[in-house]
Design a protein around this ligand. Structure first.
Ligand code: NAD
Length: 344
């Protein structure tokens, strides 16, 4: 399989394939760009169907972290790692210690953290072998409330740009997923006077949303076709696709999920339909912004920086209107300009 010409390679600085026979660790660590600082991005553990899938995932995610960190105004580059394995059955202390040693061997070019399939407890084990771990227990803590705050402000920015109003009073939002971020987001929206329509796999979360926020509960597949102003994807990736776009009545897509567009062309289709899309890695940067304050943790400073997501999104929306480009393309271009500026 070709790597340098891989469609997601996109000038990666370094890709490390690591194997520890004793623990069964098989992982890939990708460092996309360290122009702005050490590459920071979580570690995902997933039972990939093929090694090609794992390579594609890590390359796409690590490039995404470069752009996310740049637009969030952080002195971090972008990187990511994936462990090939089933998080339900393949975890062991030896495996995470081995992973920690490999991260350590990069000498601080890459900092890892939790992501899908990985818990803070796993990261704490790896941390015994290396200082280059972020999002540690007892430090900046759970990033989700900050991700939720950033997403809430992103929805406000989208409503402001599209409707010219500062208030969310009476605005209807369909929230897909009431997990760590989605539930906090619902609280913000409810307190701001928005009306909520929600779905989730968890009956208990749905019941909480019903009683605490007066949310209307709908079936999983019905969330796309709700008569709402905003669709907020807060569960899965790729929910903006050929099947869902024709169902959308919302004129704004703004949520915390990663990789919301199934393909870049879906950003074009949203634009053609007059649907304003808040680029995922911009609106969901609150968590990584909070982690960036970990060394000398100060929640007020972290929150002040998360609040800048509002202005960043407004800038992107205005530039997209002026240039005729999609918001996703504008975000990528702005991120690249920050990195190129730093190189010079
Ligand atoms: P989570 O696992 O806590 O919550 C996900 C929720 O979605 C769960 O309640 C789950 O039951 C629900 N869900 C799963 N499939 C669903 C479906 N088909 N329809 C409706 N609901 C479904 O995850 P989280 O930490 O809240 O993250 C949510 C999303 O935001 C993910 O895509 C994640 O990658 C992204 N994200 C999270 C953070 C963070 O700080 N936690 C930061 C950036 C991006």
């Amino acid at each position: 399989m070709a790597l340098f010409s891989h469609p997601s390679f996109d000038h990666h600085e370094q890709i490390m394939f690591v194997h520890d026979e004793a623990s069964g660790l098989k992982a890939i660590i990708a460092v996309h760009d360290t122009t702005l600082g050490p590459a920071v991005g979580g570690c995902r553990m997933w039972p990939y169907e093929s090694e090609e899938d794992a390579i594609n995932d890590v390359l796409r995610l690590s490039r995404g972290m470069t752009y996310k960190n740049a637009l969030a105004g952080l002195d971090f580059g972008g990187g990511k790692s994936v462990i090939i394995g089933d998080p339900k059955s393949d975890k062991s202390e030896a495996l995470f210690r081995a992973f920690g040693r490999f991260v350590d061997s990069l000498g601080g070019r890459y900092y890892s953290a939790e992501d899908v399939g990985i818990t803070t407890a796993d990261i704490m084990i790896a941390h015994q072998e290396t200082p280059y771990m972020a999002g540690l227990e007892g430090k900046s803590g759970d990033p989700s409330p900050y991700t939720a705050l950033g997403t809430f402000l992103g929805i406000k920015a989208a409503v402001k740009h599209q409707r010219g109003i500062d208030s969310l009073e009476g605005i209807k939002v369909a929230v897909q997923g009431l997990g760590h971020v989605g539930f906090h987001l619902c609280r913000h929206l409810h307190e701001a006077g928005a009306k909520l329509v929600v779905c989730d796999l968890s009956e208990s979360q749905l019941e909480r949303a019903r009683t605490e926020f007066g949310a209307e509960v709908v079936e999983l597949d019905a969330i796309y076709r709700q008569d709402v102003d905003v669709y907020a994807p807060c569960a899965l990736g790729a929910t903006i696709n050929d099947n869902t776009i024709p169902q959308l009545k919302a004129t704004i897509v703004a949520g915390c999920a990663n990789n919301q567009l199934a393909e870049p062309r879906h950003g074009e289709i949203l634009k053609e339909k007059g649907i304003l899309y808040a680029p995922d890695y911009v609106i969901n940067a609150g968590g990584i912004i909070n982690v960036s304050f970990e060394r000398d943790y100060n929640p007020d400073k972290a929150e002040a920086k998360v609040r800048k997501i509002y202005d960043t999104l407004l800038d992107i929306f205005v530039e997209a209107d002026n240039s005729g480009k999609t918001t996703a393309v504008v975000a990528d271009e702005m991120a690249r300009a920050i990195i190129e500026g730093a190189k010079k």
